[in-house]
Write a protein that binds this ligand. Structure first.
Ligand code: ATP
Length: 304
């Protein structure tokens, strides 16, 4: 069953069309990356899904229903929009308890989500004393209170250190493995490549791409292979003879395209060529994303 369905969504603020006839779906059991440059309309779309902003036209459904028709919304969809939103003077556990009782959810859920997000030992600390990473965990704990099948995270890794980023990434993947639908926004392609199974890319409120992550990576080229050998010139000739394209890389290395690393290794073995490095290079996702969205970036620098 499709968990989030956005159909022909348009949102205008005054004369500005912030979301423009946008349609996409978010499926269960996977992380869907919602990607776009700053100001593309990601947060606005998420707010409409969560009933925090009304669509100008079009529709959004969560589990087949509009947000406002969900009897207990927290049990259907949880969201992390702004980690700073927690009242700083409140203790973490009290914050979650207030949310649980206010929404008619069992109190035991508070301890369950504290455990799940690794916050048990700081449950009695004030949220104001939390680091950004801890505040994000608290926000995620709140989103999970109602054990919802749909989760929405707006730029959850912004400003986090590598450990915090890794934690959130693994957490989102574990939620998807449980069969939940996870929609997560970012303006960083590389971040998405490590997290998302599916990609929805928007620019200036319009859909630019809606594709599986694997498909996106394949379409953006096979990538290249970095090769180092003391016999660079000779091996380069052998490579080009097979139809591969060879360019000079950093420090006298070779950058090979059109031939997989396994084939390059076999070729070297056949000719008795010593290789000191054979490294497949990931296609530059950030470049692919910039290329995709370049016409939609609102404010380009003078040199762009
Ligand atoms: N309440 C509002 N009133 C008027 N304009 C708004 C409002 N909310 C958002 N906007 C405008 O809508 C556009 C899209 O904003 P939005 O926050 O949805 O983009 P975004 O893709 O989430 O970007 P970012 O990554 O910068 O948060 C921006 O130009 C923003 O100024």
């Amino acid at each position: 069953m499709t968990m989030i369905e956005v159909r022909g969504l348009t949102k205008r603020y005054g004369l500005d069309t912030v979301v423009d006839d946008l349609s996409f779906t978010v499926e269960p059991g996977q992380v869907t990356g919602f990607l776009g440059p700053n100001g593309a309309g990601k947060s606005t779309t998420m707010k409409v899904i969560l009933g925090l902003a009304a669509p100008t036209s079009g529709s959004v459904a969560v589990g087949g229903r509009r947000y406002r028709d969900l009897p207990v919304p927290l049990t259907e969809v949880g969201a992390l929009l702004d980690a700073g939103a927690v009242h700083g003077a409140r203790k973490a556990r009290d914050h979650l308890l207030a949310l649980a009782t206010g929404n008619g959810l069992p109190r035991r859920r508070v301890d369950e989500v504290l455990a799940r997000t690794g916050l048990e030992s700081v449950a009695h600390k004030r949220a104001g004393e939390f680091s950004l990473g801890m505040r994000q965990r608290l926000g995620i704990a709140a989103a999970l209170l109602g054990d919802p099948w749909v989760l929405i995270f707006d730029e959850p890794v912004n400003g986090l250190d590598p450990e915090g980023i890794r934690w959130i990434r693994d957490f989102m993947r574990s939620l998807a493995r449980e069969g939940r639908a996870v929609l997560v926004s970012s303006h960083l392609m590389n971040e998405m490549a490590q997290t998302a199974d599916h990609l929805v890319v928007i620019g200036r409120g319009k859909l630019i791409a809606d594709t599986g992550m694997g498909e996106f990576l394949r379409d953006r080229g096979e990538g290249t292979v970095l090769v180092r050998t003391p016999e660079a010139a000779e091996f380069a000739l052998r490579l080009t003879a097979t139809g591969a394209t060879v360019k000079e890389g950093p420090d006298a290395s070779l950058v090979v395209s059109g031939l997989a690393s396994e084939e390059i290794g076999k070729l070297a073995a056949y000719h008795g060529t010593v290789l000191s490095e054979l490294t497949p290079q990931r296609p530059s996702l950030e470049d692919a994303f910039m290329e995709l969205t370049k016409d939609t970036v609102e404010y380009q620098g003078a040199t762009a």
